[in-house]
Ligand binder design. Structure first.
Ligand SMILES: Cc1ncc(COP(=O)(O)O)c(C=O)c1O
Length: 329
């Protein structure tokens, strides 16, 4: 929602760049000598890649990942030339030259991407950097074990390619005891055996917490940088990064049995005090949070009650002293 005067806005979203850098340092320290990249695709998970990535570069991050070529072209001018910027989806067919022009490194996910990148290198009589992705069990992107074997049998296919890393992506790393983690590891080790000289990159945020065996040479955290818990069901070691504050625009006291919001999906079990707050799904607050989310006033939890409206939510504030919240506070 575009509001010209911030003091009139119903909500204020604060993104703590310092907390993102602190999270990156926490992961880096956990990795020891292993390099810690930053995944800043999807506009740094919605938080603004042009602001986030330079802060991380200043904190010492040297490797950045986005998904699409156009994201990378937009981000490149915001990053020092000493940093590497990788494009996870690789090159769309026919535009490989743009990678060279913008100093970008593709992740090669298929034989056709590999062939096109190698052909460009040969046409320039040079070697061009790339990451080679292998699929180890997620069935999403990357060469199958058979395709990798065919590449290794015919080494000319790699001619012209400066292989920076062989990489794969974990599907279930946040569930530490998931059997796919060890299966993917075994498959990745197989890929490493046929490319023994290549450095390797395997771990996303949660993969870092699976332990040093999963770290290899370069880890690629995204979600944990932005405060998301890396281990399912365990305390979150990451700092919160995003804070949404909402303005109370009306207070009311309701009797037991009174309904709240569209569809009156919530009814007061006893006399309650409720606050109407001026943020809603038009501001990006998901409607699926209806009757499920909790807001906080200091240490006091305030349950979100009823359906999230377009530009308001209702909170049960009965646990707060009556004079704590006033409209427009
Ligand atoms: C290939 C790849 N590597 C790393 C990441 C970062 O993963 P996470 O956000 O779980 O740390 C992603 C995110 O989707 C990804 O697709």
């Amino acid at each position: 929602m575009s509001i010209k005067r911030p003091e009139h806005a119903g909500g204020l979203l604060t993104i703590d760049l310092g907390a993102i850098c602190a999270n990156w340092r926490l992961l880096r320290d956990r990795l020891g000598a292993v390099e810690c990249a930053a995944v800043v695709k999807a506009d740094a998970y919605g938080l603004g890649a042009a602001r986030v990535a330079p802060e991380l570069a200043a904190a010492g991050c040297r490797h950045f990942f986005v998904a699409h070529l156009d994201e990378a072209i937009a981000l490149r001018p915001h990053l020092p030339t000493t940093t590497a910027l990788y494009v996870l989806h690789g090159s769309p067919p026919g535009v490989e030259r743009e990678f060279v022009a913008h100093d970008l490194i593709p992740v090669l996910n298929s034989l056709s991407q590999l062939e096109a990148w190698a052909a460009l290198a040969r046409s320039k009589d040079t070697r061009l950097p790339a990451i080679l992705q292998v699929d180890t069990g997620m069935s999403r992107l990357g060469l199958s074990p058979e395709e990798l074997a065919s590449v290794v049998e015919d080494r000319r296919r790699l001619e012209g390619i400066e292989l920076r890393y062989v990489m794969s992506h974990l599907a279930c790393a946040e569930q530490q005891d998931h059997s796919l983690n060890t299966q993917q590891m075994a498959s990745f080790q197989g890929a490493r055996r046929v490319l023994p000289k290549a450095k390797a990159s395997f771990a996303n945020s949660s993969g870092i917490f699976l332990g040093p065996d999963y770290h290899f040479d370069l880890a690629r955290p995204g979600a944990a940088l932005y405060g998301v818990a890396p281990i399912a069901g365990a305390p979150n070691p990451m700092k919160p990064v995003v804070r949404l504050q909402g303005k109370v625009i009306q207070m009311r006291a309701i009797e037991a049995g009174t309904g709240v919001g569209y569809g009156v999906t919530w009814r007061a079990p006893s006399p309650r005090r409720i606050a109407t707050v001026a943020v809603g799904y038009a501001d990006g607050l998901l409607r699926s949070l209806s009757n499920r989310a909790t807001a906080w006033f200091g240490d006091t939890p305030l349950p979100l009650i009823g359906i999230v409206s377009m530009d308001t939510i209702s909170l049960d504030v009965s646990d707060l002293p009556a004079d704590k919240l006033q409209p427009n506070s």
